[in-house]
Design a protein around this ligand. Sequence first.
Ligand SMILES: [Zn+2]
Length: 325
Amino acid sequence: MNRPIASVSLDADNLWSYMKTHGDTGWESRPTYLPTFLPLVLDALDRRDVSVTFFLVGADCERDENRAVLATLVPCGHEVGNHSYEHEPWLHLYTPEQLEREIESAEAAILEATGQRPVGFRGPGFSWSPQLLRVLHRRGYLYDASTFPTFLGPLARAYYFWTAKLTPEERTKRSALFGDWKEGFRPITPYRWSLGEETTLLEIPVTTMPVTRTPFHLSYLLYLARVSEAAMRAYLRTALLLCRTYGVEPSFLLHPLDLLGGDEVPELAFFPGMDLPGARKRELFDGALVLLAEYFDLVPMSVHARALEARRDIPLRVPRLALGA
Ligand SMILES: [Zn+2]
C-alpha cells in the first residue's frame, strides 16, 4: 500500500516585505536576502532529496539581483506558486479588478523569472476572499492554499501590533491580519470551494494539529526548540501521529526565517526566534524534515493537489470570510 503524502511549501517572504509590514523605512528599494537564502534551502532540501513548492512574490521576480537564483529553482526539481505581486496581507480589502491585476502581474513575473507558470496560490498573511478564489479559478489555477485553521491568529496579530511602528490608518488596514479566531473552525483537511454555476476550486489548508488546532509549521516549532529541542521533536511527532490517526495528509509550511538567523539578517533582529544562529536553525530544519519523512512521502503542492483531484470524496464548502467580531 502507498504511504500517505505530505506536501511541503515555502513562502518566500523577502526582507523588504518584513520591513514594510513592520513599518520600517527603506523597504521601497526592495532589499533582498533571496540570493543568499535560496542556495542554503536548496542545499538543505537536496541533502534529503525533497522537492517543494516555493510561493514567490511577483515584485521579487522582476528584480535583477534575484534573477540568477530564481532561475535555479525549477531545474533543481522544485516548483513555484503565486504568493501575490506586492505581498500586502489584506487581499480581502481588494476589489475584483485589483485582485485580477495582482494575480496576473505576479503570475507573469514568476513565469518570466522561473520558466514555470504557477498553478497554486497562497495569500500573504493568509488573506483571501471569495472574489479572489473566482479570479484563481478563471485563470485556471489548480488549488488555493491561503487558509490557516487555528484559533491562535489573533495572538500572532497582537504580538505583531505590539512590535510594529504603525499609524492608526495602517493599524485599521491590518486589523484582520492573520485571521479571526473563528478561522479555527475551518476544516484542516482539503475541500472544494463552491464558486457557483458548478465551478469549484480545491483548497489545501496549512495543516494545524488535529483536535487542538495549534500550528506545527516550522516557525512555531522553533519557539519550542528555544525551550528544548526534545519538546519540539515530541510536539512535531505528536502532530504527525495525530495526522496519521485522523487520516490527514498534511501541508507543511516553511518561511525563510526558519532557516536564517539573526547573525545573517541583523535587520530583522526584532522578529521572534532571530536570536538563534542560522546554522542552528538549519540543523533543526533538517531534523524536522527527517521526522516528517518517517511518517509521510514528501511532495510539492501540485502533486498533493492532483492526488486530491483524483478522489471523489472531497467535501464542498461555500466560501465565507470570518472577519471581525
Ligand atoms: Zn508571505
